[in-house]
Design a protein around this ligand. Structure first.
Ligand code: GDP
Ligand code: MN
Length: 350
């Protein structure tokens, strides 16, 4: 047991020293869990919160911001508030952030949904799913409840956190200048985004000065930018800086995509929209793979492989998405030329 205790105190986490564990210090970053969720998902929400709390937040006490397109029920509020000592707030999404903009032809949008349905696309017929993706792409960071928040950690009902997180990822990001953190990166179903890449290329042609990370292209495209390979950070987990989304560059990018109509005529997801922005608008060092965070959202898992993690995780590393070709983008980002300096430092046996 001495050995176990020593390992625990000496190698809290790959490459992250114990100074990141400082729950009693004044909070240096303004951060919150941000949760878009339906009243009907209360039990799954409680399950996710139980794990977040046990694995991380009882030590760090970050607030939760719950958002919904309809008001939360008193019962939802009472039962989720009871899950944590931290501050919890509940907000309704403004109508303009969850409805059709004036330039969308809703008759045509309906035809497009039927056509996608015939192709067997997941959520093809769902209007709410499209509002959700558009909200997460362009509006969540504008909600008044996030006004005084700089970093967010997205969580969803029914996700699992399978490792103790003994340091503060927000503080880690703040200190290292990281603006976007992910656990799993996947390929996208291209039927949901037939014209997304062409739209992005038009946007870049109009604003070439926005592209900071030329190598981001290599992660997004296997043919020099001609086509999108579908690589995206799986956005049901995100720890990010809201400054990315609130930047004039991102706002212009989102507006451009929104005007093109693909959130409704196709089914553009917030994951590829965020990912393309992170890959192109951020510097490579500003994107980080949280490979040490054990995370599961059906059907994919991120589970750290190293020995130290066996002492703080209950997941099966053999089932980790990184072993699967569909998640090969997870590895390709850190392995981009010049990338992954943080990831490789973290194996120095600290
Ligand atoms: P998937 O992960 O792509 O299968 O999509 P989900 O059904 O998990 O939705 C993503 C997130 O948005 C989850 O946190 C859901 O709770 C939330 N969400 C999806 N649709 C709605 C909706 O119509 N209203 C609200 N309030 N939340 C939604
Ligand atoms: Mn989900």
């Amino acid at each position: 047991t001495n050995v176990v205790r020593e390992v625990r105190t000496q190698t809290l986490i790959d490459g992250v020293d114990a100074t990141y564990y400082q729950p009693d210090r004044a909070r240096p970053v303004r951060a919150a869990f941000v949760v878009l969720v339906r009243n009907s998902e209360l039990l799954g929400m409680k399950r996710a919160m139980r794990q977040i709390e046990d694995r991380f937040n009882t030590k760090f006490n970050y607030p939760y911001v719950f958002l919904n397109d309809v008001p939360f029920t008193e019962n939802f509020k009472a039962e989720t508030t009871a899950m944590t000592k931290a501050n919890v707030t509940y907000g309704v999404i403004p109508h303009e952030h969850w409805s059709y903009p004036s330039w969308i032809n809703t008759t045509y949008a309906s035809e497009c949904r039927q056509n996608m349905h015939k192709q067997g696309v997941f959520y093809a017929l769902s209007e709410s799913y499209r509002h959700m993706c558009r909200f997460n792409s362009g509006f969540f960071f504008r909600h008044p409840l996030l006004e005084n928040i700089d970093y967010y950690w997205r969580i969803e009902p029914d996700v699992e956190y399978s490792c103790d997180i003994n340091y503060d990822p927000f503080l880690y990001m703040h200190r290292h200048g990281i603006k976007y953190g992910y656990t799993i990166a996947l390929h996208e179903y291209t039927e949901t985004i037939p014209t997304l890449w062409a739209t992005v290329k038009n946007f870049i042609a109009a604003h070439p000065e926005f592209v900071l990370h030329g190598n981001g292209y290599k992660w997004l495209s296997n043919d020099g930018g001609e086509t999108y390979n579908g690589c995206h950070f799986w956005s049901n987990f995100e720890i990010g800086s809201l400054s990315l989304f609130r930047s004039p560059e991102y706002m212009k990018y989102f507006d451009y995509l929104d005007k093109a109509g693909g959130f409704f005529y196709e089914r553009w997801g917030d994951a590829p929209v965020h990912s393309i922005a992170a890959a192109l608008l951020l510097k490579k060092e500003e994107v980080h793979w949280f490979k040490d965070i054990g995370y599961y959202h059906n059907p994919w898992l991120n589970c750290p492989l190293d020995k130290e993690s066996r002492l703080r995780c209950h997941c099966d590393p053999e089932k980790s998405a990184v072993h699967h070709y569909w998640a090969s983008c997870t590895k390709e980002w850190p392995e981009l030329p010049g990338n992954g300096s943080l990831a490789s430092n973290s194996t120095d046996g600290k």
